[in-house]
Design a protein around this ligand. Structure first.
Ligand SMILES: Nc1nc2c(c(=O)[nH]1)N[C@H]1C(S)=C(S)[C@@H](COP(=O)(O)OP(=O)(O)OC[C@H]3O[C@@H](n4cnc5c(=O)[nH]c(N)nc54)[C@H](O)[C@@H]3O)O[C@H]1N2
Ligand SMILES: Nc1nc2c(c(=O)[nH]1)N[C@H]1C(S)=C(S)[C@@H](COP(=O)(O)OP(=O)(O)OC[C@H]3O[C@@H](n4cnc5c(=O)[nH]c(N)nc54)[C@H](O)[C@@H]3O)O[C@H]1N2
Ligand code: SF4
Ligand SMILES: [Mo]
Length: 791
């Protein structure tokens, strides 16, 4: 007999509901995994099996469309509504890939009895959970009073408005626009997600966003570098499978046997935070064995451009114009403009008559790669050189090859900017960018294909104040640095659970006199707020998603009756704005704001309202990222020497720098005390903390966090499979169940992202909040811990 957890709960599946296992999960949405529901199902299973009854039990329902838009794949979902209640969810018709179990769990999310229904005012200490219900009028009065206090006692810069990854739809962030109209508040800097791409790829290629997802199946060799698309890009993993079915190879670089590594033909396990050494070693193989695409490098990158040895900076023809790179023309033995017609410049000027004064950028990159020969890279990464060299050759020799970076876990390591950039160097040196089946990939969506507009009019005169780097949040807030923060508004994010070093974040929250949290649930951040406001959920909120994660532009309709007194983010902002005489910026009907977002793409509100979703590929069918080697930099070439890195105090050529918190720094006091490298992973039952509080999801992955530990490391600590264990360091503790495995590099433990201290124990209790780093990186995957048995 099938285990309860694996069985479809509702045996009476209709044809429409029977869209794979997902629909079964939709039915679970209302039932959860309560024994009563499963017992009933088991009776049905034994009696009727999964018979198709022919009845359409949802025929009487109204349909409502909505875009599932946490930081994920932004699927358009089709909801079935009966008597104002959401009863079923399916994947929308226009999606490029099927929606997932989390999307279907929106049934449980909408109907959850844990939903906030009324404004809550804190009456005890922050963190105590001691709240009392108040009316919206009282809530708005309180907000007005506290905002006025902030304006009178520190000005607009003493106000923070914090978003997050909970809802990427355009109308959600109204309050941040409102703070702009107050004059401009203080924001945070540093991307908690993928700062590696922001700081390592963007300056090289000129733009962060690239859409190469549609080319995955056309590739012959793909490296999933420190990311796990089976879980984090579920909808598109079929394309990787198709690539493999066509004879292509998937290679995963991950210290852990992730679900993707498990499906790959190649898997290497570097130490966390050593990916830049691995990439440079691969580059060395490619250069030494003549596998580079010289024609491409010369035509489309700054590799042949000259660096003046005296200044250590590019030899610009016009020092005031940083696009006037120069190269050496061997035909005329002269230095000429990088874009001079008919010139084939030298990639290396070693041994030429200008060698005393100049090197090329290529020479500098080669010197960096040369540091990572067999012995060095084996010692640093713990991987075999033969494996690294084979992967390098196979990648370079493949007709079409990709490096999938997405928003990979390696980007949440201290050297993430250079880890990303060295992978980009590798792709450029092999000419694997700008053609069908090629690419260096960062997750993206419709905004790459067609432009989008802003929903709300922003204050052009809003002051941009000094920001607070997220890793320093707690510390700076408590020191009133750079300014005293009097008021904080948090929507779409859950910083107490997701920002590094939870205890310091909690201290910061306590120090701010008035914190407002707008959410569907009383989560970890709401527990540290002075006022909690209930917001409407998907299917209850009008919105539009023209986004950075899906090629489909989607509408969100309000067809479900929200519980209690929930309001939309726009409605809440409108009322606050009214009290400050700024309601004119938020007074329109949502359809007007949706129309503004769509206008630059040539789409009207009415068209989207009718079609529900529009695939932007249809509007730009010939798009290929960096087609024909044209980049979005001022020179249109890929910039391999990066001034922005120098400006932050780091080298201009990407290199490997070992993270400070690392087991290889064996002499450091920290590594002696906390010898294990911990990294984080996403699971199928959450997008960060979103979904993780739903029974459906807890049934799927268990009610407690898993802590993966290598068999030998576990034995050394007397830990057995399933034991309750605690990962800890000076910052805090994270408790979970030991998963003892050989499929994890010795010396590394894997912690799960998305748990909150309100329901279990958050892994952010231990994560590193190191700062400064190049690009203000979230260093959660450069965290040392020790693990002990017991809670
Ligand atoms: N189901 C689900 N899907 C999601 C999300 C989610 O929370 N849940 N979140 C979305 C978002 S916002 C993001 S950013 C993406 C993240 O997508 P992924 O990057 O795929 O997710 P992670 O699980 O954080 O990390 C993937 C792998 O990185 C490995 N890793 C950690 N450190 C290192 C390192 O130093 N080097 C190498 N080579 N590997 C390392 C981990 O062992 C892990 O298996 O997923 C998106 N999709
Ligand atoms: N320990 C650890 N920390 C991490 C990571 C990790 O792997 N490990 N990953 C990092 C990454 S990659 C990312 S992207 C960040 C994500 O971190 P966050 O952006 O903080 O993500 P969530 O925890 O999902 O928070 C989203 C919140 O928005 C709420 N929400 C959803 N829709 C709406 C809406 O319409 N209106 C309002 N007002 N609220 C809404 C949800 O209920 C939820 O509370 O976390 C980072 N932090
Ligand atoms: S959670 Fe992500 S993958 Fe799942 S339906 Fe929503 S957007 Fe799609
Ligand atoms: Mo992320």
């Amino acid at each position: 007999m099938t285990k309860n957890s694996e069985r479809a709960i509702d045996a009476k599946l209709t044809r429409r509901a029977f869209v794979g296992a997902a629909a079964a999960t939709a039915a679970v949405g209302l039932a959860g995994c309560a024994p009563a529901a499963t017992d009933e199902a088991s009776a049905k299973d034994e009696g009727e099996g999964l018979a198709f009854t022919g009845e359409d039990e949802f025929a009487d329902c109204q349909l409502v469309y909505g875009c599932c838009s946490p930081e994920c794949q932004h699927h358009l979902l089709k909801g079935y509504v009966r008597d104002g209640k959401l009863v079923k969810v399916e994947s929308g018709e226009v999606n490029e890939s099927p929606a997932c179990a989390r999307g279907f769990a929106r049934v449980e999310m909408c109907n959850s009895d844990k939903r906030l229904t009324k404004p809550l005012k804190l009456v005890g200490e922050k963190g105590s959970g001691d709240f009392e219900e108040i009316t919206w009028d009282e809530a708005f009065d309180l907000i007005q009073e506290k905002l006025q206090y902030a304006l009178d006692n520190g000005g607009p810069k003493s106000i923070m408005s914090q978003g997050g990854s909970g809802n990427f739809s355009a109308l959600t962030s109204a309050f941040s626009t409102f703070v702009g109209w107050l004059g401009g508040g203080t924001s945070t800097s540093g991307n908690m997600c993928c700062a590696g791409i922001d700081s390592g790829l963007t300056p090289v290629l000129g733009q962060r966003m690239q859409l190469v997802r549609n080319e995955i199946a056309n590739s012959n060799y793909i490296i999933a570098w420190g990311n796990n698309p089976v879980i984090s890009m579920t909808g598109y993993f079929g394309r990787f499978q198709e690539m493999m079915d066509n004879g292509g190879t998937l290679c995963t670089i991950d210290p852990f046997l992730s679900e993707t590594a498990d499906k790959s033909q190649e898997w290497i396990q570097p130490w966390p935070g050593t990916d830049s050494a691995v990439a440079l070693a691969m580059l060395k193989v490619v250069i030494d064995e003549g596998l580079t695409d010289e024609e491409y490098i010369i035509a489309h990158t700054t590799a042949p451009c000259l660096i003046d040895k005296k200044t250590n900076a590019p030899a610009f023809a016009d020092p005031a114009d940083d696009t006037t790179y120069q190269v050496y023309d061997p035909a005329t033995k002269t230095i000429v403009a990088h874009d001079a017609a008919g010139v084939t410049p030298l990639l290396s000027v070693e041994g030429t008559e200008i060698a005393n004064d100049y090197v090329t950028i290529y020479d500098l990159i080669k010197a960096e790669a040369d540091k990572w020969g067999k012995e060095a890279v084996e010692a640093e990464s713990g991987c075999s050189y033969d494996d690294i060299a084979r992967i390098a050759r196979d990648y370079a020799n493949a007709e079409h090859a990709m490096i999938i970076q997405n928003m990979g876990g390696y980007q949440r390591t201290e050297n993430a900017a250079y880890a990303t950039a060295t992978q980009v160097y590798l792709a450029l040196f092999c000419g694997h960018i700008g053609h069908r089946g090629d690419g260096v990939y960062d997750a993206c969506g419709s905004t790459t294909l067609v432009p989008g507009g802003s929903a709300y009019e922003a204050n052009p005169d809003a002051v941009k104040n000094e920001s607070i780097p997220v890793p320093c949040f707690g510390e700076w807030i408590c020191q009133d640095k750079p300014t005293k923060i009097n008021f904080m508004w948090i929507a779409q994010g859950n910083p107490v659970a997701q920002w590094p070093n939870t205890n310091s974040v909690k201290e910061g929250m306590k120090h701010i006199p008035f914190v407002v949290k707008v959410d569907m649930f009383l989560n970890a951040s709401a527990m540290y707020a002075d006022l909690v406001l209930p917001v409407t959920a998907l299917f209850e909120t009008p919105n539009v998603t023209h986004s950075a994660r899906s090629a489909v532009i989607s509408i969100s309709e309000a067809g479900v009756t929200p519980p209690g007194e929930c309001k939309t983010d726009l409605e809440i902002t409108r009322e606050v704005a009214k009290r400050f005489g700024l309601e004119q910026y938020f007074n329109e009907d949502p359809s007007v704001y949706i129309g503004r977002v769509l206008e630059p793409a040539g789409i009207t509100y009415e068209e989207l309202a009718e079609k529900k979703g529009i695939n932007a590929w249809d509007l730009n069918p010939d798009y290929i990222a960096y087609k024909d080697g044209e980049f979005l930099t001022p020179t249109k070439k890929a910039h391999l020497w990066v001034q922005a890195w120098v400006d932050e105090g780091y080298p201009a050529i990407a290199c490997h720098q070992r993270p400070e918190e690392h087991p290889l720094n064996a002499d450091s006091e920290l590594a002696k005390k906390y010898p294990l490298a911990s990294v984080q992973r996403k699971t199928r039952s959450q997008v960060h903390t979103t979904f993780k509080n739903l029974e459906t999801m807890l049934c799927m992955d268990g009610h407690k966090p898993n802590i993966y530990i290598n068999t030998e490391d576990a034995a050394d600590r007397g830990i057995a499979e399933g034991d309750e264990v605690t990962a800890f360091n000076d910052r805090g503790e994270h408790t979970g169940l030991a998963r003892v495995t050989d499929h994890l590099k010795k010396g590394v433990v894997v912690l799960e992202n998305g748990w909150e201290d309100t329901t279990a124990s958050s892994s952010s209790n231990v994560t590193s909040n190191k700062w400064p780093t190049l690009g203000t990186i979230h260093c959660c995957n450069s965290t040392l811990v020790e693990v002990k048995k017991g809670a």
